[in-house]
Write a protein that binds this ligand. Structure first.
Ligand SMILES: [Zn+2]
Ligand SMILES: [Zn+2]
Length: 445
């Protein structure tokens, strides 16, 4: 068979046979699938596979997940997000191999590769940028490398000159707010998702693939619960997720979610895939410094000692997906608006007790009067073209459009002006929507 790779790809795969030296025969056991060859991989302490049976098994799992309920249509534009992690590099390879197939098994969607360049936050070297370029060119797929700040702030994210200092300045200023490590990491994840959505929209991609494996999703699951984002778990770990508040047509897919960390590692090893892993906020930090890190350490230690437990955590988490009729979603993370609950909810209770402990009981009374006054003012004077100060957009207005987790972020933000315009815009629309609903409520049955 003719190889359709260009030179760069040959570079990656040329010595795929020499690496065999790295593969050790496992306890002289035979592969449990073919029962002929020596085992090279041990999964979950007892499942032994040889290399020749292992790779097809991983591919099969990936294809089975992807094939579920026909998530991707023929010819559909699909954005593949590559951060440089081993998972993302493996995802890229799995997709690329799927596109090379000549049989009916060939993947038929149209992929676009995306790498969001976070140099502005982490000061990466120029070489790293070149490494990504070389990697993508070796696959011969259309690709984009876009700076994180332009993806968030620029009107046209595909602008030729996407490295603009004014955007960098805004993003830096946002991350210079008084965040602890937990919040910093949390907002990074939320903004990254917004950036991906904006780019996908500009590229007319209706599907976005991200590369989290079972282990990464389990870490996400635990840290989200600890961050007070329990009601959003479904969004965070599900296979196919729609993003209601920002764009209804873009669906996020996680085709590696049924693969374990070990399976991805061996797939990368057998295919000679070098990752371009990079330092981020959590790198070289201690586990007591952030919720995300402690979740990561916990899952990693399970991975070593009780690997099958991770699967249990993950599968259990899947079952506690909130069934809700609320169609409001948070404007930052797209999660369920757990703050838009009746006054008796626990969120309200927490908010109330926090307020009382900070301000004292008298303040509550004063505040209630103040609220009523404001309400009256608003009702009496504000209409569509009123420019009075009641209509001025405040931090509190934004907070009202956010879920419990994102409220924490914005409360600690130095200036809401550093938030991407898109977030502010949707907040304004939401508020206008709400006030309109309120106005016409009395006329509805
Ligand atoms: Zn075998
Ligand atoms: Zn949120």
């Amino acid at each position: 068979m003719m190889c359709s790779l260009n030179d760069g790809c040959n570079k990656i795969f040329k010595d795929s046979n020499t690496k065999d030296a790295l593969i050790i025969n496992v306890n002289n056991s035979k592969c449990r699938k073919c029962l002929i060859q020596d085992g090279h991989v041990v999964l979950r302490k007892k499942d032994v596979y040889c290399k020749d049976c292992f790779i097809p098994m991983v591919i099969h799992k990936f294809r089975a997940t992807l094939g579920k309920s026909k998530l991707v249509k023929q010819g559909e534009n699909v954005m593949i997000c590559v951060s440089g992690s081993q998972c993302s590099i493996s995802l890229l390879h799995l997709i690329w191999s799927g596109l090379q197939q000549t049989t009916h098994k060939r993947l038929t969607f149209t992929p676009v590769v995306l790498h969001i360049d976070e140099t502005v936050l982490f000061g990466y070297s120029k070489e790293r940028f070149i490494q990504f370029k070389e990697l993508f060119e070796s696959y011969n797929l259309p690709y984009y490398i876009i700076s994180f700040s332009s993806a968030l702030y620029s009107e046209n994210v595909l602008d030729e000159d996407c490295y603009l200092q004014k955007y960098d300045k805004k993003l830096k200023s946002l991350f210079n707010s008084k965040f602890d490590l937990t919040l910093k990491q949390d907002i990074l994840i939320r903004l990254r998702k917004l950036a991906i959505i904006r780019i996908a929209r500009a590229l007319n991609c209706t599907r976005v693939m991200t590369a989290e494996n079972e282990q990464k999703l389990s870490i996400k699951l635990l840290s989200n619960v600890a961050l007070g984002r329990g009601s959003q778990i479904g969004n965070e770990i599900g296979l196919a997720i729609n993003n209601k508040s920002i764009n209804t047509s873009i669906v996020f897919l996680r085709p590696l979610r049924d693969l374990s960390a070990k399976e991805v590692s061996f797939y990368a090893l057998f295919n000679q895939l070098n990752d371009l892993e990079h330092p981020n906020f959590l790198t070289k930090t201690n586990e007591d410094e952030s919720i995300q890190k402690i979740s990561e350490q916990f899952i990693n230690s399970l991975q070593e000692e009780f690997p099958s437990t991770i699967s249990t955590i993950f599968r259990t988490g899947e079952k506690i997906v909130e069934k809700t009729t609320i169609d409001n979603t948070c404007v930052i993370c797209n999660g369920i608006m757990d703050t838009d609950m009746p006054l008796s909810s626990s969120v309200e209770a927490t908010r109330f007790s926090k307020y009382v402990s900070q301000m004292g009981v008298n303040a509550v009374e004063a505040n209630l009067n103040d609220l009523n006054l404001k309400k009256k003012l608003r009702e009496s004077c504000c209409n569509e073209d009123c420019n009075c100060s009641n209509e001025k957009f405040t931090k509190q207005d934004i907070i009202n459009c956010l879920c419990y987790g994102c409220q924490h972020i914005v409360q600690n933000l130095d200036s809401v002006d550093d938030l991407p315009d898109e977030i502010i815009k949707i907040c304004k629309e939401n508020l206008a929507d709400k006030s309109m609903k309120k106005q016409i409520k009395d006329f509805l049955l």
